[in-house]
Design a binder for this molecule. Structure first.
Ligand code: MN
Length: 208
């Protein structure tokens, strides 16, 4: 089955190789994944994840996978706040619905909740105002996009700094009508947009 899947899915599977290698799907309830598109508009998700360190996994749907970054402080609504984003492996599109507990001994063990989700629009353009496809923009190291989420909305920019093992990205709110330096949703809106639960409640539920 594995061989057949590889030959059918080709490119997509290449991109999810690291994701699959890191996980035992007999043990974790995370999805193995083979969905190719979520619908007419690309989706984004931010998963609050209490693994060895609490962080926010920011994921954007790009050509059949979720491009992913771990953002220790989460996303800000204040354009003067630069947030560090460490690239992580591509995740399958189904991962956008995942909320639960990754079991002890598995990669990323700990509770995960869907902190925000929605669709996004790629707003990256070249010097002639021509749209640059998301995959290319990320390859170039700079992408801008408009989020339509429940907690977060408006323009954001992702810019790569460093390369190879030192690859890091900076994620910042654009200064538009959705910018608001007084809001701090990471601390004032800590719960799941899917279930309304906190990480503690998700962890507790899993034990019962
Ligand atoms: Mn994570």
């Amino acid at each position: 089955m594995e061989i057949e899947f590889f030959s059918l899915e080709g490119k997509l599977d290449m991109s999810l190789k690291t994701y699959k290698k890191k996980r035992d799907f007999g043990k974790t309830s995370e999805p193995a994944g083979n969905k190719k598109s979520s619908g007419s508009k690309p989706i984004f998700v931010i998963q609050k994840h209490d693994a060895s360190n609490l962080h926010y996994d920011f994921r954007l749907e790009v050509e059949g996978v979720l491009k992913s970054w771990a953002v220790p402080k989460g996303l800000s609504t204040d354009p003067s706040e630069k947030r560090l984003a460490k690239p992580t492996e591509d995740h399958p599109l189904e991962y956008a619905d995942f909320e639960g507990v990754i079991p002890e001994g598995e990669y990323g063990a700990g509770p995960v909740l869907i902190w925000d989700n929605g669709t996004f629009e790629n707003t990256t353009t070249d010097e002639n105002k021509k749209n640059i496809p998301m995959k290319k923009a990320l390859k170039n190291g700079h992408a801008t996009f408009w989020l339509n989420g429940k907690k977060l909305s408006g323009g954001y920019a992702l810019t790569r700094t460093g390369s190879g093992k030192d690859e890091r990205w900076i994620l910042v709110k654009k200064n538009d009508e959705k910018a608001d330096a007084r809001r701090n949703p990471v601390s004032t809106e800590p719960k799941s947009v899917k279930s309304g639960k906190s990480l503690k409640e998700i962890e507790q539920e899993n034990k019962e």
